[in-house]
Each structure stands twice: as structure tokens, then as C-alpha cells.
Design a protein around this ligand. Structure first.
Ligand code: ZN
Length: 179
């Protein structure tokens, strides 16, 4: 899944959580960052595509990798986030990172979720690693849920997104992105 869809999916979850208005913006930033964070392994591309193809989805896209990432992010964020405690930050980051794993799980590039206990590769292959339809649906929903008029309907919007995507994957399996 691409970076924009990941980030929007995290923000959308935050919008649906209905955080208090005083911490709303921070919550959305934390969740947006967390939903992007596991892709930090793309920096391995600096050392060449071969290393990237070996490391991408291998460590930061595992259950243990996400747990470590969530604690690290919460530790950094507690220095500038006000009104959200460390434990809550860890939970928010876990939620955001988990949404990222789900977004990647439905695509093609396999995830070694259970590393180091198992080297099994997980990939549902419902869609490609980039799917314009998913991006448009999730991006549009995030934008709608950010408007004043629809802010309080964010849970319904999230529900509609899940229904639309479920239908899309069911009736048009791999319509976009699958070669
Ligand atoms: Zn990823």
C-alpha cells in the first residue's frame, strides 16, 4: 500500500475515535505518523534495491517490530504532545501501525508478521501494492471526515469506507494494481 493511503487510513481512524477537541489535532498527527511509520524501512533503498527488497516488510512490518516502533514513537512524541499520556500514546501508535500492517496485508508484497518465531510470508493479494481506487476512497473519506459538517459522522464514514472496500475487493478482486 502506498504512503498516502497509509497515512490517511491512520487519520481516518483518529477521526472516528472522536478525540476531545483539545487533543484532536495531536491525536490525528500521532495516528497519521504511526500509520506511515512501518515504512521507515524504505531508507534501506539508500544502500541499493537489493538490500531494500530483502529488508522491506521484513522487520518493521512484524508484530514485534510494530511493538518496538510504537514504544519508540510514543517516547519521541511525549516530548511535544500535550494532554495525552505515554500509555495512551503507545496505544495510539499501536493502532496506527496495525492499520498499516492491515493495509499492506491485503496487497501483494508479503509480510513476515510472526518474525522471529516464524518466517512465514503473509499476503492476502486482494489488491496491488498501489491501488488508485483504495487511495481515492480512503483519501476522500479522510477529507470529508475533516469537514465541520461531517466531523461528527466520522464513524459512519469509516464504516462506509470499510463496506465500499469490502465490496470492491469482493466483486473486483485485484481490479487495480495486480499485474
Ligand atoms: Zn508498509
Amino acid at each position: 500500500m502506498d504512503a498516502l493511503t497509509h497515512t490517511c487510513s491512520g487519520i481516518l481512524i483518529g477521526q472516528a475515535l472522536r478525540p476531545l477537541s483539545m487533543v484532536r489535532r495531536q491525536t490525528l498527527v500521532v495516528l497519521g505518523l504511526a500509520a506511515l511509520a512501518p515504512d521507515v524501512d524504505v531508507i534501506s533503498y539508500l544502500w541499493g534495491p537489493e538490500l531494500y527488497s530483502r529488508l522491506h516488510h521484513a522487520y518493521t512490518h512484524t508484530i514485534i517490530g510494530v511493538a518496538v516502533l510504537a514504544v519508540m514513537l510514543a517516547g519521541i512524541e511525549r516530548t511535544w504532545v500535550r494532554g495525552i499520556g505515554f500509555a495512551r500514546l503507545v496505544i495510539l501508535n499501536l493502532a496506527g501501525c496495525s492499520v498499516h500492517l492491515l493495509g499492506d496485508l491485503i496487497a501483494l508484497w508479503p509480510l513476515r508478521l510472526l518474525w522471529p518465531w516464524s518466517g512465514h510470508d503473509f499476503a492476502l493479494r486482494w489488491t496491488g501494492d498501489f491501488d488508485l481506487v483504495v487511495l481515492v476512497v480512503v483519501g476522500l473519506a479522510t477529507g470529508l471526515a475533516a469537514t465541520d459538517g461531517l466531523q461528527h459522522r466520522a464513524r459512519w464514514i469509516l464504516g462506509a469506507v470499510l463496506l465500499i472496500l469490502a465490496g470492491y475487493f469482493w466483486w473486483f478482486p485485484g481490479a487495480a494494481g495486480l499485474q
